[in-house]
Design a protein around this ligand. Structure first.
Ligand SMILES: Nc1nc2c(ncn2[C@@H]2O[C@H](COP(=O)(O)OP(=O)(O)O)[C@@H](O)[C@H]2O)c(=O)[nH]1
Ligand SMILES: [Mg+2]
Length: 383
């Protein structure tokens, strides 16, 4: 790989020179103005630095500049999972350097280097600024540009719709909790302290008991004996539904037996410290080994992606079934929902978006995720 500088009167002339000499495959690393930028200051007022594979005879066909490839196969969940560990596909020594340079570029230059058309760069930025990983965004545009989605030509509106469609494919939603015929459905919420598990259980319990007229019981699994079940008791008293506390597997199984004529049993969990590495496996002992249970990992949309991934990893000994996102009202970026969906390969169950019990909860939907990422409000369907 070589680095080459081009000086010219202005950027468009410099880019014209780059294109003339190196074709479309040069990667713009940097641009800067020389002198004070006034037209009279210097004949060569700007400088554009580019990276190229090697200087070629311009009449020869140019080799394609290899950029960091991001091959998320959107239709294939197994492949998605594998690709989640993004390894730069360094086929040759040069590739390492290229990928390093690629990460040093500005977001716009990276978008350009990915071959995005001008009207796509704005859309790319919008998606990435809202937290969708660049790896996913790059793959989306690669698909748009290679497959001509929807059989239409690429323009701002078509590409916007295609991007939404492709992003939506990554997210899976489970729909509301399905009850069992004739025996209780057991649903446990696990997750870090403070994400909103107890509040969410109160919302769900209200929905099933008051709106759907089902028989609901609540169990607080207080394995640390810290007496934190009071909050749940208050909700139980208001809704007139039974609340019990279990401190160990034996007590928990007794309660499951006691509530065997219920339609649904919600299990609230609490842990003093989720850094405790044995926590998830201890919960597993109690929850999984006591009969069928649907475990919803409860995560707050206001947490950073790194924390969300770490939490998911910490809780994965539990064999989580679904992910429930709380505090959407406090989230700043929502691309994390897509990134995490790809990382975990788990369906989303519910979203909560406020502290009000029972109102602030809804069944998770792809549509909502896309509206959040594209900043579209409820009834605005345009682009
Ligand atoms: N803004 C907002 N706050 C929430 C939401 N859900 C729960 N909370 C608040 O988060 C705090 C912790 O909730 P709690 O249910 O006790 O969390 P837990 O420790 O996971 O059981 C409380 O102040 C709740 O009112 C939500 O969707 N949005
Ligand atoms: Mg709680």
């Amino acid at each position: 790989m070589q680095i080459k500088k081009f000086k010219a009167k202005n950027f468009s002339k410099a880019l014209e020179d780059v294109k003339k000499e190196l074709g479309d495959n040069a990667l713009i690393l940097n641009t800067r103005s020389l002198g004070d930028g006034s037209s009279s200051s210097s004949a060569n007022a700007v400088e554009v630095t580019v990276a190229i594979d090697r200087v070629e005879d311009k009449d020869k066909p140019k080799e394609k500049f290899e950029r960091e490839e991001t091959d998320i196969v959107l239709e294939n969940p197994t492949a998605q999972r594998q690709e989640a560990n993004l390894e730069p596909l360094a086929k040759e020594t040069d590739a390492d350097l290229k990928s390093l340079l690629f990460t040093l570029l500005s977001q716009t230059d990276r978008a350009k280097a990915l071959g995005l058309k001008d009207h796509q760069i704005e859309l790319y930025k919008k998606i990435v600024d809202n937290g969708v990983s660049e790896r996913i965004a790059a793959k989306i545009f690669e698909k748009i540009n290679t497959e001509g989605l929807m059989g239409k030509k690429s323009d701002r509106i078509t590409d916007n719709l295609s991007a939404r469609e492709l992003l939506a494919k990554i997210v899976k939603c489970s729909g509301p909790i399905q009850l069992n015929p004739g025996y209780p459905k057991v649903v446990a919420l696990v997750g870090p302290t403070g994400v909103g598990k107890t509040t969410t259980i109160a919302k769900l319990a209200a929905d099933f008991s008051i709106r759907q007229k089902k028989k609901v019981a609540l169990i607080s699994l207080d394995t640390y004996r810290i007496g934190a079940a009071d909050q749940l008791r208050v909700y139980g008293d208001i809704m007139r539904i039974p609340v019990e506390v279990a401190s160990n597997a034996r007590e928990y199984r007794k309660l499951l037996h006691k509530f065997s004529d219920m339609d649904v049993i919600f299990v609230d969990t609490m842990g003093k410290c989720h850094k405790d590495e044995t926590y998830a496996s201890r919960l597993n002992e109690v929850l999984r080994k006591s009969g069928p249970v649907e475990i919803h990992l409860t995560l707050s949309a206001s947490l950073q992606e790194r924390v969300l991934e770490e939490t998911f990893n910490q809780f994965s000994p539990l064999k989580i079934n679904k992910v429930l996102f709380t505090k959407l009202d406090e989230g700043l970026v929502f691309g994390t929902l897509i990134n995490l969906a790809l990382h975990t390969q788990l369906p989303l169950s519910y979203f909560t978006n406020g502290q009000r019990v029972p109102e602030d909860i809804e069944t998770a939907s792809k549509d909502k995720v896309i509206r959040l990422i594209f900043n579209l409000n409820q009834d605005k369907v345009g682009v």
